[in-house]
Design a protein around this ligand. Structure first.
Ligand SMILES: Nc1ncnc2c1ncn2[C@@H]1O[C@H](COP(=O)(O)OP(=O)(O)O)[C@@H](O)[C@H]1O
Ligand code: SF4
Ligand SMILES: [Mg+2]
Length: 325
């Protein structure tokens, strides 16, 4: 985790976010850690993937990294600067350099705005003055960058397809020349063929603009295709870090996720079916490994002691008492 070369654009240390809710309207208060002691590095110019099932804390992590929500504990360094200690005005300025792309751009673009107006919004929000002629040029440029036709500038979001709307979402994130994009399931609501086009666009933009991505998805096959490094999360914690896209997963959960995406042979999907097994309640985690109830290799030790995230080879980290292989 030490980074002597200083080539991480962001560094996350022991990040934790506690949520409190009630069971029912008058029930007792319960707390859970949506993100639990997460430490990770986001190397510059690379794609770092975060994968895990729905509810494991991916969106909470994304929002914590950009400090859109406050952490309960831990910290995020962006280019060496601790976001948690930054005064609001400085944080706002820094935000130009780190932007988020959401799963559903429709909900983040005002339906009453034309695309041109939606793309102007980041400048207004940031208080960046830009004269009308320069704004027109920049917006034409952004629209071309994401592969939309110039005449779409005067369309409304509902006139666009899902893929086109996501291109607008990406253009908006790029408006202020960020260096880091946090992409929270940017293709999850798109058809597979459109998904491939958006991934192709993201790949090209990353190379052309020298961007860094933190790319979040529940789809391990997509993550493995697109990302240089992969962080696997289960119930708020990192269970495995795969240093390259070729590293074989050795945590039982990562393996099951991979099989559920890749396995065309129904006889082999048995492992995967275990994933349908009882998922532990995030409000009441077992003392040992949170995956034990679903794991084919669980032992007494697993149920008793939580495995810590440990190095198993260069950059490969696993939190498991009995890793595969
Ligand atoms: N604002 C919130 N208040 C209470 N609980 C929340 C809040 N946001 C998320 N959670 C809970 O935190 C957990 C992680 O959610 P989330 O980060 O959205 O997961 P993911 O993006 O992986 O699906 C879930 O159990 C979710 O219900
Ligand atoms: S620690 Fe035990 S239960 Fe958890 S994944 Fe490893 S083998 Fe399975
Ligand atoms: Mg999410």
């Amino acid at each position: 985790m030490v980074d002597p070369a200083g080539d991480n654009i962001a560094t996350v240390r022991h990040l934790t976010r506690v949520f409190t809710s009630r069971r029912g309207m008058f029930g007792p208060k319960r707390t859970m850690r949506a993100v639990n002691d997460v430490s990770l590095d986001v190397p510059r110019g690379k794609v770092t993937g975060v994968v895990g099932e729905s509810g494991c804390g991916k969106s909470t992590l994304a929002r914590l990294v950009l400090r859109l929500i406050e952490a309960s504990a831990g910290k995020v360094l962006f280019e060496g600067v601790d976001l948690g200690t930054l005064p609001a005005a400085d944080l706002r300025k820094l935000r130009r350099r780190m932007q988020m792309v959401f799963q559903d751009p429709y909900s983040s673009i005002d339906p009453r705005y034309t695309i041109r107006r939606a793309l102007l919004e980041p400048y207004q929000v940031q208080g960046v003055t830009i004269d009308a002629a320069a704004a027109r040029l920049r917006i034409d440029e952004l629209i071309a960058m994401v592969g939309l036709s110039p005449r779409m500038a005067d369309s409304y979001p509902h006139q666009l397809s899902g893929g086109q709307r996501q291109r607008v979402g990406i253009a908006r994130a790029l408006a202020l020349n960020p260096s880091l994009l946090v992409l929270d399931e940017p293709t999850a609501s798109l058809d597979v063929s459109i998904q491939a086009q958006i991934i192709g666009l993201l790949e090209a933009l990353k190379n052309d603009l020298g961007l860094t991505y933190l790319f979040i998805s529940h789809d391990l096959s997509l993550i493995r295709y697109f990302c240089d490094r992969t962080v696997v999360m289960y119930l708020g914690r990192i269970v495995e870090v795969l240093p390259t896209s070729r590293t074989e997963p050795r945590h039982h959960y990562s393996r099951a996720l991979m099989d559920s995406n890749f396995e065309p042979d129904p006889n082999r999907r048995k492992v995967v079916n275990r994933l349908a097994g009882e998922i532990a309640s995030p409000f009441d985690l077992p003392p040992g490994c949170a995956f034990a109830a679903r794991c084919p290799a669980a032992t007494e030790l697993c149920r008793r002691e939580r495995p810590v995230l440990a190095q198993h080879g260069l950059g490969h980290q696993i939190a498991c008492h009995h890793p595969i292989g």
